[in-house]
Design a protein. Structure first.
Length: 372
């Protein structure tokens, strides 16, 4: 092979490997990112960034961004995603090499070493992909980032936009449909034809109750649909909303938000005693059409309400069950020596669930960052 051809081939291969590494990180799943934020970022901040961050770069290495550790230091890239045994950072934290030890004076606890190994094994997902970490001064990087964050859509006030005017006789009556039709018109598309009544019935039943329609509901709906389709559909909606299965189905959506389980997870997987009471509380509340504002008050401070919601039929104070929201989530176990760390993880889990459920944002950054 000619020298120029060899060099060109080497550059192409190197470029593909580099791009493959970047691509793998850019497609990290939400679960992988959550693992990094909850487990890895605090660890890096506590043990690594002081010597491998903005102010110091020992060995020419920075660990405060994904691009920085990909670039590596004087001895090359800090890690190889997916291959902990080939990663310098893993070799360093294991203290197996006299000449390569991080932190230099005291080894990390075994559980933190295991977390870093697991992170690298998962492909080292890292959302810190801002190029400013290796191309800009810290002050310039933050100023640029701050301006971008001021424009976040999720932090802007809601604007009530009037439904668009439709210039034809077949314009839909419902506002949401008019928005959809306007977008279709702008793209020179036409709506799909209306589904047949049998398909409409199944779709609505699965959406509202999570179950296929019963034979009785199917028979009644199809008979009424022949004479008055719109009235039959509206009646079907009311009937499904009145079904006890509606609360069972929609409670599951909120239970996912509050990380409901019947056990606490981890290796012991102990039962979460009484968790079913919270599940049934949600189902009853949804079937009784309790307002979301009331549900929020009950889940955050149901034991402090002056006028609690009492279920006279069952003879129970429903509001008192709401704060079991804080009872859900993971509870890790360990020796008494690990109590503080275990307790902090439990509190962090509750704060994380609270912020995501009620603030529509996360406060996980505050675990490591305290901006005054």
């Amino acid at each position: 092979m000619k020298p120029k051809s060899f060099v060109l081939a080497w550059l192409v291969c190197t470029s593909l490997i580099w791009q493959g590494t970047l691509r793998a990180e850019q497609t990290a799943s939400p679960e992988q990112i959550a693992f990094f934020e909850a487990r890895i970022r605090p660890l890096l901040v506590n043990h690594c960034i002081a010597c491998h961050g903005v102010t110091k770069q020992k060995g020419g290495l920075r660990l405060d961004s994904r691009l920085a550790w990909i670039k590596g230091g004087d001895t090359g890239p800090a890690l190889v995603p997916g291959k902990p045994e080939e990663s310098l950072i893993i070799k360093a934290i294991r203290h197996t090499d006299e000449d390569l030890r991080m932190p230099p004076n005291k080894a990390l606890p075994a559980n933190e070493v295991a977390l870093l190994v697991e992170w690298v094994r998962r492909g080292a997902p890292d959302p810190r992909d801002d190029r400013s970490a290796i191309t800009q001064r810290p002050t310039d990087a933050w100023a640029e980032t701050f301006q971008k964050r001021l424009d976040w859509w999720s932090l802007k006030p809601l604007i009530e936009a009037p439904p668009p005017e439709m210039g034809n006789a077949k314009a839909p009556l419902q506002p949401v449909d008019r928005f959809i039709h306007k977008a279709l018109d702008s793209a020179h598309l036409v709506p799909s034809p209306q589904a047949d009544p049998e398909l409409l019935l199944r779709r609505l039943s699965f959406v509202v109750t999570g179950l296929p329609p019963s034979l009785a509901i199917r028979t009644a709906y199809l008979a009424e649909f022949r004479t008055n389709p719109n009235a039959a559909y509206e009646k079907l909606v009311d009937k499904l909303l009145a079904s006890p299965h509606f609360g069972e189905h929609f409670a599951r959506h909120w239970m996912d938000v509050v990380r409901y389980t019947d056990t606490y997870g981890y290796e012991w997987d102990n039962p979460a005693k009484g968790s079913y009471e919270y599940r049934d509380y949600l189902i009853r509340a949804l079937n009784e059409d309790v307002g979301f504002d009331q549900l929020v008050r009950e889940q955050l401070a149901g034991d402090l309400l002056k006028n609690p919601r009492v279920n006279t039929e069952r003879g129970i104070n429903e509001s008192l069950i709401g704060p079991m929201f804080f009872h859900m989530g993971e509870h890790r176990h360990g020796s008494s020596l690990d109590f503080n760390g275990v307790h902090q993880e439990m509190v962090h889990n509750k704060i994380d669930a609270f912020s995501k459920a009620f603030l529509a944002t996360t406060v996980a950054c505050a675990r490591c960052h305290d901006h005054k």
